[in-house]
Design a protein around this ligand. Structure first.
Ligand code: WAQ
Ligand code: MG
Length: 271
């Protein structure tokens, strides 16, 4: 599903340049055909009730998946202790450095995440040079064709519930980050929601798992986005094809822990 609105451009510009719609909401998943009606209705409801505003266009696409999906294990989940956007940004920076992302790539990522106009998809940033590599810089790369088995969803929901974080936002983000981490060309991901009322972001990688970072942005901010840090020299077409096209389903679930401090976390990764 994708929902957008056109309102951000003055009428004169709209006439000259055509529409350049503002992204409101998007969602995707792999479901059994018997669920199609329910999920389509749920996606439309989500678009219409979105905190970014009322869209003037909603598109729902259903496609049959052919071929057998790749089965993966979800990333382990932890929540980092952090109180303010400044502290959270510092933690994210330290963790990314620890994973081996250069400071120019980190700066580039924060430029994307704090941009005025959130993209519909993610930016690909090369981990060393910090160059942006996504084919379409306005749209970004949209991760699609991802899902979770019924059994794995039950396990994930139960484990997240124990931590008081069993929401569709967290579940969907964990599934997405796990598909992304399944791509060997991607070294890490950072995400900040573009919803004005959702201030918890995350950083994820095969090395660190899925680390939730509370208060990564100020309440009310409409900026946000996703950045995938790409290994220098990686094949971009193959990476985009995996993210957008390859059907991937979470079939096993890793552990979900409570809060941990940045020191505990950095210690773990220095060892
Ligand atoms: N593929 C690529 N990029 C995406 C996708 C996708 N399928 N969906 C969203 N994005 C990008 C896009 O630039 C959005 O502006 C940005 O991410 C944020 O999307 O554990 O809700 O759907 O509590 O607003 C994190 C949960 C929630 C943290 C993230 O993102 C937690 C969230 P949103
Ligand atoms: Mg959003």
């Amino acid at each position: 599903m994708r929902a957008s609105k056109n309102s951000s451009k003055p009428a004169a510009l709209l006439k000259q340049q055509g529409p350049d719609p503002e992204h409101i909401s998007g969602a995707e998943g792999i479901y059994d055909i018997t669920e199609a009606r329910r999920i389509a209705a749920q996606y439309i409801r989500r678009a219409l009730d979105h905190p970014r505003g009322c869209p003037d266009r909603i598109t729902v696409t259903l496609e049959k998946i052919t071929g057998r999906p790749l089965l993966i294990t979800s990333l382990p989940v932890v929540t980092l202790q952090s109180e303010t956007p400044a502290e959270s940004a510092r933690h994210a920076e330290q963790l990314l450095m620890c994973i081996g992302i250069s400071s120019s790539a980190i700066k580039q990522a924060f430029r994307v995440l704090r941009g005025k106009r959130p993209m519909r998809g993610a930016s690909l940033v090369l981990s060393r040079s910090g160059k942006r590599a996504e084919p379409d810089r306005v749209r970004g790369v949209r991760v699609s064709r991802l899902g979770i088995t019924r059994e794995a969803l039950q396990t994930l929901s139960r484990r997240l519930s124990r931590r008081g974080i069993n929401t569709s936002t967290v579940r969907e983000a964990v599934i997405l980050a796990s598909k992304v981490a399944g791509c060997s060309a991607i070294e890490a991901e950072i995400c900040i929601s573009d919803d004005p009322d959702y201030t918890t972001g995350y950083l994820s990688s095969r090395k660190t798992g899925y680390m939730r970072i509370p208060h990564i942005k100020k309440e009310g901010s409409r900026s946000g986005g996703r950045v995938f840090f790409l290994r220098e020299g990686a094949d971009i077409d193959n990476t985009v094809a995996y993210l957008e096209q390859r059907p991937v389903i979470v079939s096993t679930v890793a552990a979900c822990r409570g809060g941990i401090s940045i020191d505990e976390c950095l210690d773990n990764h220095h060892r």
